[in-house]
Design a protein around this ligand. Structure first.
Ligand code: COI
Length: 357
C-alpha cells in the first residue's frame, strides 16, 4: 500500500466548454482533469498525479482487456446553496474499493490518501459541479490491470484513475416508476462468485438480459438468485426494496449482491423513522402473492447513480403485477426527498454522512 504522498499537478491550459445544466445526461461529459497513480510490484503505488483529462495509451496485451482484472466505484459531489462542496459517505466508497480490490487480487490502495487525492481533484475542477435540481458531479474511481502479458494470472502493473462527470438523472424516468422484467433464466452472480465486488464482469453479465427486457418495453431486469431462481437479488444495477403490509423487505447481503451505500443509508433512515425492516430472503412468489392480495404497497431500486428508482410494474411468468397503480409511492418519494436533501446540503446532516471538500 506504499505510495509517495505528494501529488504532481499539471493543469490544462485551455478549459473545455461546459454543457448546459439541462443537457447533462449521465456520464457523457467529463471535467478538465483526472487523477492517476501507477503500481508495480517492485515499487508499490507511486507517481500520483492530476493531469488534463486525456485518452489512455495502453498495450493491447494489457491484462484488463483479456481477463477483466478491474474494479470501480461511483460516488457523487454536490454544491450547496452557500457554495460548499459536499461528498456523500466517500469513506464507504474507498473501503468498498479495497474490498473489491481484494476479491480481484488487486493491491490495496491507501483509503485516506485516495480521498485526499479526490478532494484535490474536485477542488481543481469545482466549477464543473452542477447546481440544478437533481444534478451532481458523478465521480468514477477505477483500477485497471496494465501488465502486457497473456498469462491468466494477477497483473504486476496497475493504474488507479479517477474521472468525474457532471450528471443529471441516470434513468430518463427520474423519480417516475419504471417497468421491470423478472429474469428467470440468466443470472447476474452467484454466492462465492464476484457479485458483491464492483467489477466490470458483473455488469457485462447483465447486458444481454437487459437488452432483451428493453426490446420488450421494460426499463430494467429484476435478478433472481443463481441457484434456485427463486429469491430476489437486485434490480438492474441497484439494490431493491419491497414494502408489504407496512414492512420493508430487502435482500440480505450474502456475497452475490452489492453492499450498496445508498442501501445502507436507506436502512438507517427507515430505522430512524421506526419503519420495520427485514433484510433476508424474499421469494418472487411472496411478492407475487402480496401483489395478488393487494398488500404490495411499494417497490423501489436504490443506488448512487439513480438514488431511488420506483418500480411501477413487474412482469413475471407472463403476468403483469402493477404496483401503486404505477405511481410513485409515498415512502419512495419521502426517501428520495430526504436523501437528496441531506446530500445537497438543504436538510440537516442527521447521520454525519457528508464530508466537506
Ligand atoms: C452507481 O450507481 O454508481 C453505479 O455504479 C451503477 C452504474 C451502472 C452507474
Amino acid at each position: 500500500m506504499e505510495q509517495h504522498l505528494d501529488i504532481h499537478i499539471e493543469r490544462r491550459e485551455a478549459k473545455k466548454t461546459k454543457p448546459a445544466q439541462d443537457q447533462l445526461g449521465f456520464g457523457i461529459h467529463f471535467t478538465d482533469h483526472m487523477f492517476m497513480m501507477d503500481y508495480t510490484t517492485e515499487i508499490g503505488w507511486h507517481h500520483a498525479r492530476i493531469v488534463p483529462y486525456q485518452p489512455l495509451v495502453m498495450d493491447p496485451a494489457a491484462k484488463v482487456f483479456h481477463y477483466g482484472q478491474t474494479v470501480f466505484e461511483g460516488l457523487k459531489a454536490y454544491k450547496t446553496e452557500d457554495r460548499r462542496i459536499l461528498l456523500f459517505r466517500p469513506q464507504k466508497n474507498m473501503q468498498r474499493l479495497n474490498r473489491s480490490n481484494e476479491r480481484l487480487s488487486i493491491p490495496l490502495i491507501n483509503e485516506s490518501f485516495a480521498l485526499d487525492a479526490l478532494k484535490q481533484l474536485i477542488s481543481i475542477d469545482q466549477e464543473w459541479i452542477p447546481s440544478g435540481s437533481g444534478t451532481s458531479l458523478y465521480i468514477r474511481p477505477f483500477v485497471i490491470a496494465t501488465q502486457p502479458e497473456l498469462i491468466a494470472s494477477p497483473s504486476s502493473h496497475f493504474q488507479f484513475i479517477i474521472i468525474m462527470s457532471p450528471v443529471g438523472p441516470y434513468y430518463a424516468e427520474g423519480l417516475n416508476p419504471v417497468k421491470i422484467f423478472v429474469e428467470s433464466t440468466s443470472v447476474r452472480a452467484v454466492i462465492g462468485g464476484m457479485g458483491e465486488a464492483k467489477t466490470a464482469a458483473n455488469y457485462a453479465a447483465s447486458l444481454m438480459a437487459q437488452e432483451d427486457a428493453k426490446h420488450n418495453g421494460y426499463a430494467q431486469v429484476l435478478w433472481l438468485d443463481g441457484v434456485h431462481h427463486k429469491y430476489i437479488e437486485e434490480v438492474g444495477s441497484m439494490n431493491v426494496f419491497f414494502k408489504i403490509k407496512g414492512i420493508v423487505y430487502t435482500p440480505a447481503l450474502k456475497g452475490s449482491i452489492l453492499d450498496g451505500i445508498t442501501r445502507d443509508s436507506i436502512l438507517q433512515l427507515l430505522q430512524h423513522w421506526n419503519i420495520p425492516v427485514v433484510s433476508g430472503d424474499i421469494s418472487i412468489q411472496k411478492v407475487y402473492e402480496a401483489s395478488r392480495e393487494g398488500t404490495l404497497e411499494e417497490a423501489f431500486g436504490t443506488g448512487t447513480a439513480a438514488v431511488i428508482s420506483p418500480i411501477g410494474e413487474l412482469h413475471w411468468h407472463g403476468q403483469n403485477l402493477v404496483i401503486q397503480n404505477g405511481q410513485t409511492g409515498e415512502l419512495s418519494n419521502k426517501l428520495y426527498q430526504t436523501l437528496t436533501g441531506i446530500q445537497n446540503g438543504s436538510d440537516p446532516d442527521l447521520f454525519h454522512w457528508m464530508t466537506e471538500v
